[in-house]
Design a protein around this ligand. Structure first.
Ligand code: MSP
Length: 622
């Protein structure tokens, strides 16, 4: 038997609950695994996910909750498992780094590397970021903060164990020359190669117990525990040594799915650790992009933009939520998340295109009493009958197209192809007009409609990896198996995905709990002043912009404002307005704007901000 295709997700830290980003990676892995099972058999894939339970972040979260670290991990683990169950994750193994099977493998690899001289001890002074759980050198720092998240760092001098990563730099460079698709997409490979052009430093792989006790002990020195990343990466290998009963998993992994934030640890540290220990590197590392909040910030706890996947799944259903994530993000690139986009997608694709197709076929079936007809035929045998040929071609090759996209890791494109077929089928019914009395009664139309149901059934099968519950339901709404064979059983009036009405929030408004907090110092960086408009004119070539000359006391400036749908230029002259004066100048339609006028609401019902009594132009807003 061919070895199972071995697919992994990152192990998530248990310091917090899952958010949208975690849900995306895990759902993506699940969808890919389900497609593999559909196309290549139930034993064709092995999907591993799990939890990263050691390290400072987790230890601090436990202390904050007033729990022992292990207690905290156990509690969080059941929460994460619960979320994955609700989102329909079908993993074959779930690993936790505090499990004995994992501790044993990490200990063995550490011993091996130590004995062969790849691990040594030295005193080191560096800038330590608690958040990133790692050291930075002086030159790494960005304005005295960590270069990744801009968080504080502290100078620490301590003796630690180091792994001779630098010894293997050339090997890794050559390995990537030989395997150009080992890191995907290719622009991520370029990033890794760029990183490898700088000399690699040895990796600090221990933490003194005086600072952190929550980790896997360094086997030969009781004063240290293992650096959390060195421990966590090994999980992928552990799971092949001790897989769940009756499953054989062959190393190397076929694909490590990761987010772009953890590319270096996976594409540089990990293959070198393996190679040094005499183990093959993974076949592929596939880095996806980030889900960004509305303002293009990375979605994370620290930005205050956390989308809780379960809340959305509860509100819109897990299947619709999975569908949106897979359809909306081009694998590898960033995507913007908003609830509005989610609702629009559900309405357009699921309620409209797919839902309508079922409803109208079921309605026709009953209108003409085509009856319960046993089916034994194959799919798509209608080409050249009533339906346009272009569609026949598309349907017969749909499964091949989808398989090709999935094998090339393009789930968004696979889904789009399926929906092209759905839309083509809707179109072909419109062309064929079977609802017209005489046509509906003809035998060939009845046959065509059966064929259309076959295609819809195929669509449901091909979408089942993305929406397992809803598509199983749709399949059962089309055919039922009986002793006489497959029996058509469509019922009109059923709706898989009812249309959703989005409650509109006032534009630009954010809910209280999503608001980003800033400090008074951050606010003070804004130079906001009162100004008086001394001249105004429309900007050529647009009916949205006005050019204003504004008296700011010490100077007059041009400001271009998008207010022309609410205010005419002559209404603006003489008005007292409020201006953000230290915004970087920009050119709008060729006009230089040096500042921004403040207003509330949205066009065409804007309200200008002003002061409630007269103050001299240039007065600062504090
Ligand atoms: N514990 C480490 C990984 C160790 S793997 C041996 C870790 N954990 S994490 O909890 O921070 O999860 C990181 C992963 O979550 C990212 O790699 C990515 O898969 C996912 N995401 C977190 N935020 C994300 C977005 N905003 N958008 C998309 N996915 C992101 O790092």
């Amino acid at each position: 038997m061919a070895p199972r295709f071995y697919l992994t997700t990152p192990l998530y830290y248990v310091n917090d609950e899952p958010h949208l980003g975690h849900a995306y990676t895990t759902i993506l892995a699940d969808v890919l695994a389900r497609y593999k099972r559909l196309f290549y058999g139930t034993d064709s894939v092995h999907l591993l996910t799990g939890l990263d339970e050691h390290g400072q972040k987790v230890s601090r979260a436990a202390a904050k909750a007033g729990l022992e670290p292990q207690q905290h991990c156990d509690r969080m683990a059941s929460l994460w498992i619960d979320v994955w169950e609700k989102l329909g994750i079908s993993c074959d193994d779930f690993i936790r780094t505090t499990e004995q099977r994992h501790v044993d493998v990490v200990t063995e690899i550490l011993n091996r590397l130590y004995q062969q001289g790849d691990i040594y001890q030295k005193e080191y002074e560096g800038w330590y970021s608690v958040y990133e759980e790692r050291f930075f050198t002086e030159k790494d720092l960005d304005h005295g903060k960590d270069p990744i998240g801009g968080r504080p760092v502290e100078k620490i001098k301590e003796t630690n164990y180091f792994f001779r990563m630098s010894n293997y730099q050339n090997w890794l460079i050559q390995h990537y020359e030989k395997h150009p698709d080992a890191v995907l997409p290719s622009f991520r490979m370029n990033e890794v190669k760029g990183f490898l052009r700088q000399p690699l430093e040895d990796l600090c792989i221990s933490r003194p117990k005086s600072r952190l006790t929550w980790g896997i002990p360094i086997p030969w020195d009781e004063d240290y525990v293992t650096y959390v990343w060195f421990d966590a990466l090994i999980n992928y290998y552990t799971a092949t040594k001790f897989p769940p009963e009756a499953v054989e998993v062959a190393w190397p992994a076929d694909i490590h799915l990761i987010g772009k934030d953890i590319l270096t640890t996976h594409a540089v540290f990990w293959p070198i650790m393996l190679h040094a220990a005499g183990i093959d590197p993974p076949r592929h590392i596939l880095a996806h992009g980030w889900w960004m909040a509305r303002d293009d910030a990375k979605m994370s706890k620290s930005t205050g933009e956390v989308v809780k996947p379960l809340e959305l799944a509860d509100k819109y259903g897990p299947d619709a939520f999975r569908f949106f994530l897979m359809r909306e993000m081009v694998l590898g690139q960033d995507a913007g998340f908003s609830e509005e986009a989610l609702v629009n997608r559900i309405n357009a694709d699921l309620a409209n295109d797919l839902g309508n197709l079922y409803s109208r076929l079921a309605k026709l079936w009953h209108q003409f009493e085509w009856g319960t007809v046993p089916r034994h035929g194959t799919y798509y045998d209608y080409v050249g009958k009533q339906l346009p040929e272009e569609f026949g071609y598309m349907a017969s090759s749909l499964e091949d197209l989808v398989r090709k996209d999935i094998d090339a890791m393009r789930p968004h494109s696979a889904i789009e192809k399926i929906f092209q077929a759905v839309r083509a089928l809707n179109r072909s019914i419109e062309i064929c007009e079977p609802w017209k009395e005489e046509r509906g009664k003809s035998a060939s139309i009845a046959n065509s409609m059966m064929d259309a149901f076959d295609v819809l059934y195929k669509v449901a099968e091909l979408l089942e990896p993305v929406m397992p519950v809803k598509m199983a339901e749709l399949k059962s709404w089309i055919y039922q198996d009986s002793p006489a064979g497959r029996v058509m059983s469509p019922q009109p009036g059923r709706h898989l995905f009812p249309r959703i009405k989005l409650e509109k929030r006032p534009q630009g408004a954010k809910l209280q709990d999503e608001t980003i907090e800033i400090t008074i110092d951050e606010f003070n960086r804004l130079d906001i002043r009162v100004g008086v408009v001394t001249a105004a004119r429309p900007v050529k070539g647009t009916d949205k912009l006005l050019s204003l000359e504004v008296d700011l006391g010490s100077e007059r400036r041009q400001i271009v404002a998008g207010i022309a749908e609410t205010y005419s230029h002559d209404q603006m002259i003489g008005r007292r307005i409020v201006v953000l004066t230290n915004l970087k100048p920009v050119k709008l339609r060729g006009e230089l704007s040096r500042g921004m006028l403040l207003a509330a609401g949205s066009e065409p019902e804007l309200a200008l901000l002003t002061t409630d009594r007269e103050v001299p132009p240039g007065s600062k807003v504090i």
